[in-house]
Design a protein around this ligand. Structure first.
Ligand SMILES: [Zn+2]
Ligand SMILES: [Zn+2]
Ligand SMILES: [Zn+2]
Length: 83
């Protein structure tokens, strides 16, 4: 199992259920969303402002799920899906 899953919670409440927290603050647009399962921040994927990757670089929170439908789990540290 991926060690980055330690301390995460797939059911954590999203900080901004309506969209990417940073994009909402900046007025930028997102296409697809992830949710950080360490702190619950909703972040956008690399097709937009890439706040998902920036969130990892800033906080070290490596694991995100697709949002709002958590159909997959991604680890930025490993650059790989977690099965
Ligand atoms: Zn990992
Ligand atoms: Zn964003
Ligand atoms: Zn986070």
């Amino acid at each position: 199992m991926d060690s980055h899953l330690e301390g995460t919670n797939r059911d954590i409440a999203p900080t901004t259920p309506e969209g990417c927290t940073q994009c909402l603050a900046n007025g930028t647009r997102w296409i697809d969303l992830h949710k950080c399962i360490t702190c619950g921040e909703v972040v956008c994927c690399s097709s937009g402002e890439a706040h998902s990757r920036k969130h990892f670089e800033k906080t070290g929170h490596a694991v995100v799920v697709h949002y709002p439908n958590p159909s997959w789990t991604w680890c930025w540290a490993h650059n790989a899906y977690i099965k």
